[in-house]
Design a protein around this ligand. Structure first.
Ligand SMILES: [Zn+2]
Length: 79
């Protein structure tokens, strides 16, 4: 009868791992430009345009970290 307990323990462990990961590595490469910050044309390498998705930084906040930031902002506003 260890099934449900083990499942919840695994779920908890995954949540802890995820929280640690977003705490240590809050940024990830932009999926849109693959971390380049610009989109390059295959046929003409000189032709590039800014990535609007990451605003030229090539990095994106992880979803979990964005929620975290928002919660912190709310917390600060309440003070
Ligand atoms: Zn991008």
């Amino acid at each position: 009868m260890r099934g449900p307990l083990t499942a919840s323990a695994i779920a908890l462990a995954l949540i802890v791992i995820y929280v640690v990961r977003i705490a240590l590595f809050p940024l990830k490469d932009c999926w849109c430009c693959k971390g380049q910050g610009v989109h390059r044309s295959e046929s003409n390498p000189k032709h590039s345009r800014r990535c609007w998705w990451c605003k030229n930084t090539g990095k994106r906040w992880r979803i979990g970290r964005r929620i975290w930031n928002r919660m912190r902002q709310k917390h600060r506003a309440a003070d």
